[in-house]
Design a protein around this ligand. Structure first.
Ligand SMILES: Cc1cc2nc3c(=O)[nH]c(=O)nc-3n(C[C@H](O)[C@H](O)[C@H](O)COP(=O)(O)OP(=O)(O)OC[C@H]3O[C@@H](n4cnc5c(N)ncnc54)[C@H](O)[C@@H]3O)c2cc1C
Length: 374
């Protein structure tokens, strides 16, 4: 009998496992893939996400330091920089592998097996893989957006509560990358049927991708090819598609012995698609709730701690995304034409401003037509 079984070794799973093992809980991680494994991602880790780690990331994992953002909408382009780091670029296969090693280093155990099902039985959970059955007091499901296991707790997601992304890694000389982007994340609004596209600088390659609402983006591959062409890249790239939850905060995320963390819980910023911060945070909170709360209060404790830590952030990100999708032309013109708006917005990534502060500052400055969407 383990204290905790974690399904999935992405950022949410490894953060939960490290925190639990550090607190002396007997912790087993069940991950279906052998690490390092590929993960479709832009690889931008905001400073507020990095600040959750209780160790420094090794230098060689940090490929670029980002101090600014360049945003495009139609013919408008605006670039703003800060005198401090907003984001660090990593390759997800290596980043995730490192987080998993840090969990194992403090005593979490790993078995490479796909979890097929589980049963809640009074004082424990039985977790089933093809070959084995494991038992634990608690289960954290951190198996991402596409694994159906989470639906046992959350129910089936509506089509408008997730997004579709396509991403390609395109090799390039580091000097050329620096010349093109010099320390910025390059974000193109209005592509992919009012979603967005990105060009992020890594070491020796760009991450290029598009993302949009699943209910609106019917032909993601075509949209990606258009974006590649308009950005000066060859269309015939090897691409990966992936879903991303954009539900913000919604629904039940825990039963008495099963907690959802990261993408499984839908914890992604509905406006930008940032998910790693929420994955690390919810994974750690899950482990703390299990180690600190009396057994019957764990689910309630977990939900209220998540709400307290980042519920507002997800709620305001969702609000901003609703405004953008209702009146994209006006909203995106405001974002790309007023330096102060972008200037304040990018401070969120470095935890120098909350979404709540930003939205409360922005709303009185929006035209009345936009406010009707609230
Ligand atoms: C194209 C794209 C670009 C993105 N870019 C960014 C970005 O730049 N910055 C950012 O902050 N966020 C970004 N995100 C969001 C971010 O990738 C996710 O929020 C984050 O990976 C979620 O972490 P997680 O641990 O919850 O799940 P995941 O990282 O998806 O990890 C889940 C793990 O569970 C394993 N697994 C799945 N099913 C099972 C099973 N049944 N049994 C055992 N193991 C299982 C998987 O193999 C995987 O290792 C992006 C997302 C996409 C799709």
């Amino acid at each position: 009998m383990h204290d905790l079984i974690v399904v999935g070794a992405g950022p949410a799973g490894s953060a939960a496992a490290r925190e639990a093992a550090r607190r002396g809980l007997d912790t087993l991680v069940l991950e279906k893939d052998t690490f390092p494994r590929y993960k479709p991602c832009g690889g931008a880790i905001s400073d507020r996400a990095l600040s959750l780690l209780d160790f420094a990331l090794p230098e060689d994992l940090c490929e670029r330091t980002i101090t600014g953002a360049r945003v495009h909408f139609r013919e408008k382009v605006m670039e703003r920089h800060k005198g401090y780091r907003l984001t660090t670029l990593v390759t997800r296969s290596r980043f995730d592998d490192h987080l998993l090693k840090k969990a194992k280093e403090v005593g979490a155990n790993l078995a490479v097996e796909r979890v097929l099902d589980y049963r809640e039985n009074g004082d424990h959970v039985e977790v089933l893989t093809r070959k084995n059955s494991y038992r634990s007091r608690f289960l954290v499901i951190a198996s991402g957006c596409q694994d159906p296991l989470k639906e046992r707790v959350l129910g089936r997601a509506a089509r408008n509560s997730y997004g579709v992304c396509m991403v390609a890694e395109i090799e390039e000389d580091d000097r050329r990358i620096e010349e093109r982007l010099h320390g910025s994340l390059d974000i193109h609004f209005g592509v992919a049927n009012m979603g967005y596209g990105w060009i992020f600088p890594h070491r020796g390659y760009y991450s290029v991708g598009i993302g949009g609402l699943a209910s609106r983006l019917r032909h993601p591959r075509k949209a990606m090819e258009n974006f590649l062409r308009s950005s000066g890249f060859a269309e015939s790239q090897r691409m990966h598609g992936h879903l991303i939850p954009l539900g913000g905060w919604g629904g039940r995320i825990a039963t008495s012995r099963v907690l959802l963390a990261g993408d499984s819980a839908g914890f992604v910023d509905a406006f930008t698609g940032e998910g790693i911060y929420y994955s690390l945070s919810s994974g750690q909170i899950a482990a703390r709730a299990i180690s600190e709360e009396p057994d019957p209060d764990v689910a309630f404790g977990y939900q209220s701690r998540c709400k307290e830590n980042f519920g507002d952030e997800l709620r305001y990100a969702r609000l901003l995304s609703r405004i953008m999708h209702s009146y994209p032309e006006i909203f995106l013109r405001i974002l790309t034409c007023h330096e102060e708006v972008l200037d304040r917005y990018i401070e969120i990534a470095a935890a120098r401003r909350t979404y709540r502060d930003f939205v409360r500052w922005l709303v009185p400055r929006l035209p009345i037509s936009l406010l009707r969407t609230l």
